[in-house]
Design a protein around this ligand. Structure first.
Ligand code: G3P
Ligand code: CA
Length: 247
């Protein structure tokens, strides 16, 4: 079975990351799933922004967490990339609505950032939103339309406590840690798989599929397919699809 193609921050090779346009293009490009990072605003909304600071991807400055949603809505999240200044901040609510309304099933991988600072507020708001969209109680991993992930074990343990049926990915950049019982999927970076190709098989023997990030080089796409990676995060879903279906 070929890996599911996960659009990392949307089709972020072709559109400003974490914007509606990036996610709509990813869907047009045939992505099976979308990936987003979420942060909490000062007034408790989850917004799709990767960095702690606003500076790189908007015309704002300083931490996302010090602004209200209304303040973020005034900022321009498009011009830094060459897209129009009318590109606003994307909320997780809007992204959930996009996938909920789509005619085919599009999975959503939600990565929580800042797990320590808010002492559980991020996960509580995430689970509240998932419940509102009827996404908090999937029957199985395959049936799950929203999967949560983090580099923080504390964050994923909290999700499991609040919504035991919601699948969790433990992301790791370095060598594998001890396998926690709550981790449904293991998420190594692609450099880890290059250095340790036996990772995927060992994880499978322990009943855990592998989610690999962020896979943009053709030889890495092929490596992931050969090794049996289940979910492959990429900035360019169309290029990845053609590599996977090519000769
Ligand atoms: O898909 C996981 C990957 O997104 C983790 O790295 O820095 O892009 O959030 P980062
Ligand atoms: Ca991410």
């Amino acid at each position: 079975m070929p890996p599911e193609i996960v659009a990392h921050r949307g089709a972020s090779a072709h559109r400003a990351e974490h914007t509606l346009a990036a996610y709509e293009l990813a869907i047009q490009q045939g992505a099976d799933a979308l990936e987003c990072d979420v942060r909490l605003t000062r007034d408790g909304h989850l917004v799709c922004v990767h960095d702690r600071l606003l500076d790189r991807t908007s015309d704002g400055t300083g931490p996302v967490s010090t602004r209200t949603l209304a303040e973020l809505a005034e900022l321009d999240f498009g011009s830094w990339y060459g897209a129009g200044p009318e590109v606003g901040v994307l909320t997780l609510d809007a992204l959930l609505a996009l996938v909920a309304d789509h005619e085919r099933r599009i999975r959503l991988f939600v990565e929580t950032k800042h797990p320590i600072r808010y002492g559980g507020l991020v996960e509580r708001e995430l689970v509240r939103l998932l419940a509102r969209y009827g996404r908090a109680a999937p029957l199985s991993l395959d049936e799950a339309s929203v999967i949560t992930m983090s580099f923080s074990s504390a964050a994923m343990r909290r999700v499991k406590r609040l919504a035991p049926a919601v699948p969790t990915v433990l992301l790791t950049a370095g060598p594998p840690r001890k396998l926690p019982p709550w981790a449904d999927i293991l998420g190594p970076g692609v450099r880890r798989l290059r250095a340790d190709p036996g990772f995927v098989e060992r994880a499978a023997k322990r009943g855990r599929p592998t989610y690999c990030w962020t896979v943009n080089e053709p030889e890495d796409v092929r490596l992931c397919a050969e090794l049996g990676v289940r979910y492959l995060a990429t900035d360019s879903p169309a290029a990845t699809r053609s590599l996977l279906s090519g000769p």
